[in-house]
Design a binder for this molecule. Structure first.
Ligand code: CTP
Length: 449
């Protein structure tokens, strides 16, 4: 019996897939098809697969050409499979010509002519109206956003708004956008969605305007500085039928998702403590260290550690208190927030004038998870036990600056794919805003005394 194997995502199953499977089957007597998992596709940088793994498997099965379906979930698996299933022929479309010649040491390798003028990428573009996106704000993060958006299909960056026209024009010129403006009406008129990367305290006003104009919103963290405001904004978004998403890149990256899965799987027992830190030394004349109202380490950086705490322990904490070291003008150089949950504790540590190790430690009753700095770009996770012989390490991709993951989820959400919404739910985002609100309240109280 001649065994043939082929692999693919088979997203939005199309004629090209059908013809490839038909011809693959003709190459032998028994056809095995490896369908990629979402996780593996993400790892390969394919971020916009629309159909679920089960749907993709069903579609492959329905062709009637396939004798066995397997799941492809890691690099290096093809060789394992070829040996395990004693495969005679490896085949794949001609777009891969040459890429798998190295398998010729193990079996025959055949590249089949690709069907012309159809691909999942093309169909995704047709399914997704290309989202016209604009940016508000032209600071550091906005400069990272544009190059990252290039990696996501289904979105086009159209233009930029800044109340200072020169800044808008400079950004437009740098990235070759269609327009740069200081006029809000002109801005709303040319876009479907907006990424807000302006100073923290301006977020909510811009979000409100965007939603009132029927625009979807992806907003930098902290999205809101009060729980009530966050709730109102989500209510407005739902009333207007728009997506509102808080852009905390960690929440959307593959490693952090895996981390949550491991922590909740029970391998470290019940989680009893979460310690998360993010510090970044800034020059004393930076905006972060000179803005007396909204500067300081907690407002600037706490979204990351708070995300870890809330995703791991939930939003139902009991006691919350803060300790801050201020400079002579009262700016928060270093803050620790202490959370008390019913059966667990958590600490968020932020610093702009104090440098510390940017690690995340999740302590449990059977072991702990250690995520080394920079844990917010979750690339490496270590599960450690009393007996170090059982320790395990896991590695994940975090491509580029990592904003592509949130952009990809945003585009998917706008296109009606809400499957990924669990990553940062409205409740999470509201809870984050409530912590910020408490912090501001405590600080204002301290200033008065
Ligand atoms: N294929 C083909 N003809 C096409 C499209 C795909 O023969 N027009 C083949 C690919 O070469 C591969 C298999 O179908 O062997 C599964 O490919 P997959 O990556 O799932 O499909 P694409 O449509 O190429 O997907 P994408 O656009 O996401 O890369």
């Amino acid at each position: 019996m001649r065994k043939v194997i082929t692999y693919g995502s088979f997203d939005l199953f199309h004629e090209g897939h059908y013809q490839l499977l038909r011809r693959a089957k003709e190459l032998g007597d028994y056809l095995i098809v490896g369908v990629t998992t979402e996780h593996y596709d993400e790892y390969r940088g394919k971020l916009n697969v629309m159909d679920s793994l089960m749907e993709r498997i069903e579609n492959v099965k329905r062709t009637g050409f396939v004798d066995e379906i397997i799941i492809e979930d890691h690099i290096g698996q093809k060789l394992e499979d070829i040996q395990k299933y004693q495969v005679d022929v490896f085949t794949v479309g001609s777009d891969w010509t040459g890429s798998f010649d190295w398998l010729k040491d193990y079996c025959e390798v055949i590249y089949l002519e690709r069907t012309k003028n159809v691909s999942s990428t093309m169909l995704r573009a047709l399914n997704y109206n290309i989202l016209k996106m604009g940016i508000i704000g032209t600071g550091r993060i906005a400069h990272r956003f544009y190059p990252e958006a290039k990696y996501v299909s289904g979105v086009n960056m159209e233009g930029v708004y800044n109340p200072h026209l020169e800044s808008a024009i400079a950004y437009k010129e740098k990235f070759g956008l269609k327009f740069g403006t200081d006029r809000m009406e002109e801005f709303w008129g040319q876009i479907d969605a907006v990424y807000i990367a302006s100073p923290h305290e301006t977020h909510t006003a811009y979000i409100r305007q965007a939603l009132k104009n029927g625009k979807h919103v992806l907003c930098e963290k902290p999205m809101a500085l009060s729980g009530k405001e966050a709730e109102e904004l989500y209510a407005l978004a739902s009333e207007k039928g728009c997506i509102l998403m808080e852009a905390i890149k960690t929440a959307y990256c593959p490693g952090f998702q895996q981390l949550l899965g491991i922590a909740r799987s029970g391998v470290i027992g019940a989680v009893r403590d979460v310690e998360a830190a993010f510090t970044k030394l800034e020059s004393p004349d930076s905006r972060e260290l000179t803005d007396l109202n909204y500067g300081g380490s907690f407002l600037e950086l706490a979204s990351y550690p708070l995300l870890a705490i809330i995703k791991l322990l939930g939003t139902g904490y009991g006691d919350l208190r803060f300790e801050t070291i201020h400079d002579e003008r009262g700016i928060d150089l270093y803050t620790k927030a202490y959370f008390r949950y019913k059966n667990s504790l958590a600490t968020a540590k932020t610093g702009l004038g104090v440098k510390s190790e940017g690690e995340l430690i999740i302590s449990g009753t059977k072991g702990y998870i250690f995520v080394p700095a920079p844990w917010w770009k979750t690339q490496q996770i270590e599960v450690r036990y009393e007996n170090p012989g059982q320790n395990e390490k896991f590695f994940y991709k975090f491509l580029g600056d990592g904003l592509r993951y949130e952009i990809s989820d945003f585009v998917a959400a706008v296109n009606g794919n809400e499957k990924k919404e669990h990553k940062l739910k409205m409740e999470d985002s509201v809870a984050l805003a409530k912590v910020m609100e408490r912090y501001i309240f405590e600080e204002r109280k301290r200033e008065k005394t």
